[in-house]
Design a protein around this ligand. Structure first.
Ligand code: FAD
Ligand code: UDP
Length: 381
């Protein structure tokens, strides 16, 4: 008899498995229908020996010291600050928009102070910032919106930015200095030996049994367990009874290039040209030294694995019905990006999973994160 059956070995499921096994001594069966752990963060060596992220570039960043310290139990880190360029009218310009982006696209030589005044003169202030279009246009105006956001967003989501919640483009700041980092978080780093290695360390515990290539529906009747933790799509769990929740998918085209470097930074975005949104060159992320290099093109599509919940009011309304149903199933816990239909980054999923464990264990999140350290310190003393 298992205390927990956990469906999905991504960050959500693996964190719950690790904490419930290590801190609470629970017996856990962790399954995934994929043939590997790590969910969408999975990385592996390709046929040419290059470390690639199978499901697109995953860059770790967080402002939560607790999340960073927790994950540091399972990996050491490679310092890395992410930089992205956008290809616009034959130029490569920094994204998020900064001083250099504006000077390059307007052919100006403004300084930071002048830029603030300039952006104020081109911005279209809105009384209420509701959509992803409003977010950008109200800060930088329509010209920069059309060059950097309009086409990319349409490709990525299959709908216009005016139809998407503000939170989507609000992920991208606007800067008036020359800071060209994609993220501003306190902690930015890559797991030194990769994400899969981090997960293998996390799940290496005698109370955790991992079964891969197994779908929940196929095994649920044959396993005895007390409680279920579900990290797959919540609409699928409930048999789509309130309709399908839309998820945006991606097709990844991986390629090895027979030269050492392909592009100047890890990611180049193509807002206006091509059917793909961006090209990633992994060696920038991994620091691997190799005579060849590996890249991936991302082609957004409607069908395929569910990668992105689509933040729109009408989808939030469908999700609310599933969430209500979830609340009336006290022995089933829903956690993670697909099960709570939230456009969450890895660190937010880890934090959400730690909160669930703290609630299940009846302790604070700080206690939950420290408890093993305390137990280890007590036994060492
Ligand atoms: P997942 O990783 O999706 O794991 C859920 C698992 O459940 C899957 O492995 C699935 O196979 C399994 N599953 C589902 N249903 C069943 C079932 N019925 N039976 C068995 N198994 C099942 N975040 C960042 O912080 N930084 C980034 O740079 C970043 N880049 C991203 C790039 C892309 C292209 C994508 C798609 C996401 C990116 N993310 C990034 C987000 C990150 O991938 C997620 O926050 C994180 O992986 C979510 O973890 P999860 O455990 O909730 O879900
Ligand atoms: N975005 C854009 N142009 C860019 C970068 C981002 O229009 O050059 C918009 C787009 O709608 C995208 C969203 O901002 O989906 C969030 O970007 P992010 O890089 O955070 O997306 P993710 O890495 O999650 O795919």
């Amino acid at each position: 008899m298992f205390d927990y059956l956990i469906v999905g070995a991504g960050f959500a499921g693996s964190v719950v498995a690790e904490r419930m096994a290590s801190v609470c001594g629970k017996k856990v069966l962790l399954i995934d229908r994929r043939k590997h752990v790590a969910g969408n963060a999975y990385d592996c060596l390709n046929a040419d020996g290059l470390l690639v992220h199978q499901y697109g570039p995953h860059i770790f960043h967080t402002n939560s010291e607790q999340v960073f310290q927790y994950l540091s139990r399972f990996t050491s880190w490679r310092p890395y600050e992410h930089r992205v360029l956008a290809s616009v009218d034959g130029k490569l310009v920094p994204i998020p928009i900064n001083l250099d982006t504006v000077n390059a696209l307007y052919g100006k030589q403004l300084n930071s102070l002048q830029l603030e005044a300039f952006l104020a003169s081109v911005a279209e202030p809105k009384e209420a910032v509701r959509s992803s279009e409003d977010v950008v246009v109200s800060k930088v105006g329509r010209y920069l919106y059309s060059k950097l956001f309009q086409g990319y967003t349409r490709k990525q989501w299959g709908i216009d930015a005016s139809q998407l919640d503000a939170q989507v483009t609000a992920r991208i700041p606007v800067r008036t200095d020359r800071d060209d980092r994609y993220f501003s978080d306190t902690f930015q780093a890559m797991p030194k030996l990769g994400y899969t290695h981090l997960f293998e360390n996390m799940l290496d515990h005698p109370n955790i049994k991992v079964e891969l290539g197994v779908d929940y529906r196929e095994i649920v009747r044959g396993v005895s367990f007390r409680e279920l933790v579900f990290t797959g799509p919540i609409d699928e769990y409930f048999g789509y009874r309130f309709g399908k929740l839309p998820y945006r998918s991606l097709r990844f085209a991986h390629k090895t290039i027979c030269k050492e470097r392909f592009q100047p930074v890890a990611v180049v975005n193509y807002p206006n040209d091509h059917r793909y949104t961006r090209i990633t060159e992994f060696k920038h992320l991994t620091g691997q030294i190799h005579a060849r290099t590996s890249i991936v093109y991302e082609y957004p599509c409607d069908h395929g694995d569910p990668y992105y919940p689509v933040p729109r009011a009408e989808n939030a309304a469908i999700y609310a019905k599933y969430a209500e149903l979830a609340r009336s199933s006290p022995d089933v816990h829903f956690v993670g990006r697909l099960a709570t239909y939230r456009y969450y980054n890895m660190d937010q999923v880890v934090a959400q999973a730690l909160t669930l464990c703290a609630n299940l264990a009846g302790v604070s999140r700080a206690e939950l994160c420290e408890s093993e350290t305390r137990a280890a310190a007590a036994s060492a003393a």
